[in-house]
Design a protein around this ligand. Sequence first.
Ligand code: LMR
Length: 328
Amino acid sequence: LGTVSAVALAFSASAALADDCDDGEMIIKFSHVVAATGHPKGDAATLLAERVNKEMNGKACMRVFPNSTLFDDDKVLEALLLGDVQLAAPSLSKFEAYTLKYRLFDLPFLFSSLKSVDNFITSDNGKALLTVMEDKGYTGLGYWSSGLKQFSANKPLLVPSDAKGLKFRIQTSDVAQAMIEAMGGSAQKLAFKEVYGALQTGVVDGQENTWSNIYTQKFFEVQDGITETNHQLLAYLLVTSTEWLDGLEPDFRDQFLKVVDDVTMEANAAVAATEAKNRQNIIDAGGTVRELTPEQRAQWVETMKPVWTKFEGDIGKDLIDAAVASNE
Ligand code: LMR
């Protein structure tokens, strides 16, 4: 072998080693749609893989596929049931076909802060919602919070009526649709990976997402500005197939679930800082961030209030009250 090909061989061997699983290890594939780093979900997935690969070495091997490289959110839920992946973390808005209870999390201005979100997801009511889809074959392993959402558009948005006549990309969520319609806009459900192109070409005028998604997907580059509305939660369900989970050997399952719980706590504790950093990253990169006066904010809250009534029957008033009570 010449030196060059020997080096090339050594390089490809080490790249393969870094990525490859050993014989006898259970392969756990985790597919998600966001950036691999600098994002609450990307970082949490990486941390989970690091911990599993270290602490369960010889037993388990986790591979993470970020950025919609393997599946987007509607396909990944089918892939879980087919055994093509073992873990996913779609946002709670993406489970409408399986449960209407998660509409709770989409109610506009429900949670006043990430601390309130934490209070609710760690409460008995929050934990009970992890298993509501077991009859459909899915078990939630935990909630990964991602931040509160902000609106952006191709024109300044200061009060809800500024959105009149504009078309917004939304996730597959009827609550989000009702919210946009309450503002006098129209909503289009699009997969996450299509949002940048849709904003750039004018297929839609605006969107709503967290600072981390707006920064890592560069949405701010193709929008007039972002309005700090904090109007809705973005959180994920770390989800697996109930059949896969039930089929694990008990010791393996206990160890795996312990790692999942640790990582979930650590990841949720880091969200606020990552979000603040990405808000600043947008400003540093030349993006415009608009803050609301208390009077302007009150208009957004007032405009969206009817959305709660519309979905109260699907969610249950008691559950809504419990979530409200988690605000401090
Ligand atoms: C979206 O579709 O906007 C988000 O759910 C993407 C994500 O996973 O953060």
